[in-house]
Ligand binder design. Structure first.
Ligand code: EPZ
Length: 430
């Protein structure tokens, strides 16, 4: 199994091109099931989760054509992918695929809306929490779907005449359930009003793409989204928005190691709630036309408390990285996780590097230390893994990050991007 070897201590200096967002690309790709025309997505990142979803969509009958081209100047892969689903050949999403990636459950929305039925495996829990699907089931039932749970599968059927628009209030903000309800309601008869909807930029991106396909969605980016159903959707061309989590991750790495890095192809407004605490911690953030410049002062990090919350709050997907930064702050900070009940797996591993962290329910208390020391570490999810990379970059000596496949799910060419900025990072195969 591959490992990442890091020799810490170097400041980061240079340019890092930011890729298209994984969490925007996945629902956009799934939207291709809603139309028999071609949906073309630009700026699709090259990630393990994207490749898995390509396989899943292929099973449902989506024809996929990839145009990959490496941009000389930025070094990024400007991948454009054409998705054409003339007919849905299979409305079942089996356990062996859905269990590998929770987002594949989201095919339930388009399959049900276009074909009138879907049989999709329950995704099960995962390392960061139990992650139930009750909001999806209740929401689709509100649109008239008849749903049964049978042998670990969600069996959903639309009423004769198709799904019907309805008013639905999410019990708690859910990104995935908002994606699915927007897709399903786009092909329902009549108007759907979604209350307490997610406002994440990836939800807004999906709504824009669906509207380009002929949907009538308004209110995206607010807690109330209105969808006027249409009878069919057409093809479109859409550019995947920049990855705000990748942006924030590299910004935190620079804040921790010190240095001066320009993150290109991204937008500061996508992660305002994460950049503010980063500035409070002492990093300088300069907004540019095509990205942001981050200047870090590695040895003078101020302690800052954060609480993860849905947008406009601090993103849970940057919590582990911010905690890594706080391990070297000059004081005591608190990180509270309110989205997932078990998203603290990095705590024990950061402790292996010399961090002083204690857990009190959903809050971690971090006492900054003068230095971290490299060690072998591993983590059980994507963002926890990258927090260990960041800590390793700032630690003295060698850190070996095991289970690299987690990183490959969500960070495109991580070691290459960091090496180009002066970090000593390499992948060790086998
Ligand atoms: C999305 O997951 C992201 N995944 C996650 O990123 C991200 O952490 C999360 O949103 C929150 O921002 C993708 O976009 C592919 P939720 P999602 O439904 O949609 C509870 C990463 O590292 N809930 O917004 O699955 C749920 O358990 C990943 O890239 C229910 O109770 O998250 C959680 O506590 C990890 N019932 C909360 O809502 C439901 O039916 C928010 O989850 C659905 C959700």
């Amino acid at each position: 199994m591959d490992r990442i070897r890091i020799v810490g201590g170097n400041a980061l200096n240079g340019v890092i091109p930011i890729s298209g967002a994984k969490n925007a690309a996945l629902p956009l790709m799934i939207a291709s099931l809603l139309t028999s025309d071609t949906l073309t997505l630009e700026n699709v990142p090259h990630l393990a989760d994207v490749e898995l979803l390509l396989r899943i969509l292929g099973n449902h009958g989506v024809d996929i054509a990839v145009n990959g081209r490496r941009e000389k100047q930025s070094g990024s892969y400007a991948r454009t992918i054409h998705f054409t689903c003339r007919t849905i050949v299979d409305t079942t999403a089996p356990y062996d695929l859905v269990s590998k990636m929770r987002a594949s459950f989201w095919v339930i929305g388009p399959l049900l809306a276009r074909e009138g039925r879907a049989r999709v495996s329950l995704p099960g829990g995962c390392a960061i929490g139990t992650r139930p699907v009750d909001f999806f089931i209740e929401g689709l039932q509100a649109l008239g779907a008849i749903i049964e749970i049978d042998s670990g599968y969600v069996d959903a059927k639309a009423p004769s005449g198709g799904l019907v628009g309805a008013h639905f209030t999410f019990p708690k903000v859910s990104v995935g359930a908002t994606h699915v309800m927007m897709m399903a309601a786009s092909l329902a008869r009549g108007t759907t009003v979604l209350k307490n909807a997610a406002c994440e930029p990836e939800v807004v991106d999906l709504a824009h793409c669906l509207n380009a396909m002929g949907a009538k969605i308004s209110g995206m980016g607010t807690r109330t989204i209105t969808i006027e159903g249409v009878t069919s959707l057409s093809g479109a061309r859409h550019q995947v928005l920049p990855d705000r989590i990748e942006t924030g991750t590299y910004a935190m790495a620079v804040a921790m190691t010190g240095g001066d890095v320009t993150l290109t192809g991204t937008r500061a407004e996508l992660l305002a709630s994460a950049l503010a605490p980063l500035e409070a911690a002492g990093a300088e953030i300069i907004h540019l036309d095509d990205g942001i410049r981050v200047i870090g002062h590695g040895d003078a990090i101020r302690p800052v408390d954060i609480v993860t919350e849905p947008v406009p709050g601090f993103p849970t997907d940057l919590q582990a990285q911010f905690m890594a930064l706080m391990t070297r702050s000059q004081g005591i900070s608190h990180v509270t996780e309110t989205i997932f009940e078990n998203r603290f797996m990095h705590v024990q591993e950061l402790a292996r590097l010399g961090a002083k962290i204690s857990l009190h329910g959903q809050t971690a208390r971090i006492e900054g230390v003068r230095s971290l020391r490299g060690a072998p570490v591993m983590a059980t999810d994507l963002r926890a893994s990258v927090s260990l990379v960041i800590a390793g970059l700032a630690a003295e000596g060698e850190t070996l990050v095991n289970r690299v496949y987690h990183l490959d799910r969500g960070f495109e060419r991580l070691e290459e991007k960091l090496s180009l900025c002066g970090a000593v990072v390499e992948r060790i195969s086998g």
